[in-house]
Design a protein around this ligand. Structure first.
Ligand code: PLP
Length: 386
């Protein structure tokens, strides 16, 4: 059943569900068999690595409908999604242009792996898109970017970046993890390929590692064989968990958005805070662009406080509801220091040059009651200063 035209909650609940005709159960059954019968009439050979089993098809269809692309696949991690798209679409001698505010793991992958394949790359600021455009070379085949970015929540104008790429017939790839398909659908703006760390909002319960890729039939025709050949797939139980989690994706993301907005407004007025990075704040440099291309501003914010390193440690340990953790987008609120976690592999100079200082705190707003979260932060600031 194609539910492309229904609302987000309806898609979350119903899209892709594989109904067993005998029991008519409301949930997709978990198909564990790796050996399956061959159908000589259709030539179908079901095998989990070939991305053709019902648990894969069900959740991939849900993600496809949420993002609005032609085809979707689910893979074993966000990094499998990122690396598969890059390595499937490029060959030796090609060049790829990245926005410089990348998730730390992607930055590490780029710097560690691409040279081995003879792929040239440039990381450039997207603050000024004309300057960014000047980094395009004759052999540039992909422009790859994140908006909102991690951890500074910088916003790139989707319409403008697509316009630039189309001028040179360059493929655009976005990591849409931070926004989730609830807040932003880049394919509507002409972006060619969307990747997700589905370990984040799509799953949302901090208990799965998985990734997703959504694109046109044309590009999936190159990406799918790469994933099948390299084998980065997810097992049936995990695919089922992801499908189950996604039924509440819209509800969760609305609450994440609401809590992050309230926290950002609270921090902005706080005497212990120098700067808040959150696209939902009018003071954020990307606010107007975000309003144009996002239907919600997301659940992540970052904050520069007046606390020194020692007081920051006291502040973090005094929190009751924000657990210090390296990941994000779970139902529980999390806090982290990007300099020690997601961006620890970057040199100190590179980190500071893109704004990831030692005093930058990243917060992933959970779905708890905002008043409790705010009270918790207030008492932790008091403890840090006592
Ligand atoms: C924006 C972004 N992209 C990609 C990844 C990688 O995802 P995974 O850990 O599922 O491989 C992450 C992980 O934190 C991320 O935050």
């Amino acid at each position: 059943m194609n539910k492309d035209n229904c609302g987000k909650n309806t898609k979350c609940v119903h899209a892709g569900t594989f109904i067993n005709n005998e029991t008519k159960g409301v949930n997709t059954p978990i198909y564990t068999s790796t050996s399956n019968g061959f159908n000589p009439e259709t030539g179908n050979l079901y095998y989990p690595r070939c991305l053709n089993m019902p648990n894969h098809l069900a959740v991939a269809e849900k993600i496809r409908e949420m993002e609005g692309g032609e085809e979707a696949i689910v893979v074993s991690s966000g990094m499998m999604a990122v690396s598969s798209v890059i390595l499937a679409l490029l060959k030796t001698g090609d060049h790829i242009l990245f926005s410089e505010d990348l998730y730390g793991g992607t930055d590490y992958f780029v710097k560690e792996e691409l040279e081995k394949f003879g792929i040239d790359y440039t990381l450039a600021s997207t603050e000024n898109l004309e300057k960014f455009e000047s980094k395009i070379k004759d052999n540039t085949k992909i422009i790859y970017f994140e908006t909102p970015s991690n951890p500074l929540l910088k916003i790139i104008d989707l319409e403008k970046i697509v316009q630039i790429a189309k001028k040179y017939e360059i493929i655009t790839v976005i990591d849409n993890t931070f926004a989730s398909p609830i807040n932003q659908n880049p394919i509507e703006f002409g972006v060619d390929v969307v990747v997700h760390s589905a370990s984040k909002y799509l799953n949302g319960h901090s208990d799965l590692i998985c990734g997703a890729i959504v694109t046109s039939e044309k590009f999936m025709g190159r990406i799918r064989p790469y994933v099948i050949n390299t084998g980065g797939i997810l097992n049936a139980q995990d695919l089922y968990l992801l499908e189950r989690s996604m039924k509440t994706l819209n509800l969760r993301v609305q609450k994440h958005n609401e809590n992050a907005q309230k926290l950002a407004e609270f921090f902005e007025k706080h005497s212990q805070v120098k700067k808040v990075h959150y696209p939902g704040l009018v003071s954020h440099s990307g606010h107007e662009t975000a309003k144009k291309q996002m239907s919600g501003f997301g659940g992540v914010l970052s904050v520069e406080t007046n606390l020194n390193k020692e007081k920051t440690r006291i502040f973090i340990s005094a929190l009751k509801y924000f657990q210090e953790a390296g990941s994000l987008a779970g139902v529980e609120s999390l806090i982290s220091l990007p300099c020690e976690t997601s961006h620890s592999k970057m040199t100190y100079e590179t980190r500071c040059s893109i704004g990831i200082t030692d005093s930058l705190i990243r917060i992933s707003a959970g779905i708890e009651d905002a008043e409790d979260l705010i009270a918790d932060i207030e008492q932790a600031f008091e403890k840090a200063n006592s």
